[in-house]
Design a binder for this molecule. Structure first.
Ligand SMILES: Nc1ncnc2c1ncn2[C@@H]1O[C@H](COP(=O)(O)OP(=O)(O)O)[C@@H](O)[C@H]1O
Ligand SMILES: [Mg+2]
Length: 243
């Protein structure tokens, strides 16, 4: 049984068809890359899985349970966490308090404030934010806020983590460091990952399988090396070739 299954899922926002008849499976332990041009529907797929948007039609299953009718907080408790493309920390709280709140909610809820505190400090160490623990979240650099976004998701104790462009806007050095961090977190917490990313080289390093969305539909799916040489994908990204 797959950990996650999307079965013929569609989503319309009024007249805009953001996701169309999209089906795919994620096995436990996999790292899937989700690619596609801006507006292809990638973030919408995450919102449907995490329950922050309702599906228009179709079904979503996680660990044997149908989840597309469930509210976001229950989906979080079942073990799905996501990050937001536009980071959403509680800016007026400290970095540590952002994590403590997450650790008290979600899948693996800390039974007490002190255990939430201990777990949060351990995660801050792993993501390289330990020395920023008492800083207000809103004052972090972009790279810091992206790390906090991942750390908060981890603090909920997920089985499945959805990362939405966590490398976007980072320098090459920051991207390399963030990739190492993601690999470490994946191994340490035995996570299954779906990663939306435009940095192709990063996806190649991280993912075992890549799914390409184009105008809300599945355009291609396969091993990273096969997907990147597929002409349809090159056209979807760069338009028709001039030859
Ligand atoms: N909350 C929303 N309300 C209306 N339209 C939306 C909303 N979110 C996304 N869309 C539209 O759905 C399409 C897919 O968007 P999105 O999932 O954000 O794409 P991507 O993440 O691949 O860039 C776009 O046409 C976008 O304008
Ligand atoms: Mg997006």
């Amino acid at each position: 049984m797959s950990l996650l299954r999307l079965d013929d899922v569609s989503k319309s926002y009024g007249g805009v068809s953001a996701v169309r008849n999209f089906s795919f499976d994620v096995e436990e332990g996999e790292v899937i890359g989700l690619m596609g041009a801006n507006g292809a529907g990638k973030t919408t797929v995450f919102s449907l899985i995490a329950g922050t948007q309702p599906v228009t039609t179709g079904q979503i299953w996680f660990a044997g349970q149908r989840i597309d009718q469930k509210p976001a907080y229950l989906i979080s408790r079942l073990g799905i966490a996501r990050t937001f493309q536009i980071v959403r920390p509680f800016s007026g709280l400290t970095v540590l308090d952002n994590l403590i709140i997450a650790a008290q909610h979600g899948h693996d809820r800390a039974p007490s404030r002190s255990s939430a505190d201990a777990r949060s400090r351990a995660i801050l160490q792993e993501v390289g934010l330990a020395d920023q623990a008492n800083r207000l979240a809103g004052t972090l650099t972009l790279a810091g806020r992206k790390r906090l976004e991942i750390a908060r998701a981890i603090a909920t104790g997920p089985r499945l983590l959805l990362l939405d462009e966590v490398l976007a806007g980072l320098t090459a050095t920051e991207v390399a460091a963030a990739l190492e961090m993601i690999k470490h977190l994946r191994q340490h917490y035995q996570l299954t990952l779906v990663v939306i990313e435009h940095v192709m080289r990063a996806l190649m390093k991280l993912c075992s399988r890549i799914v390409v969305l184009h105008h809300g539909e599945m355009l291609a799916e396969g091993a990273p090396a096969d997907v990147v040489v597929d002409q349809r994908i090159i056209s979807a990204y760069f338009g028709k070739r001039a030859s």
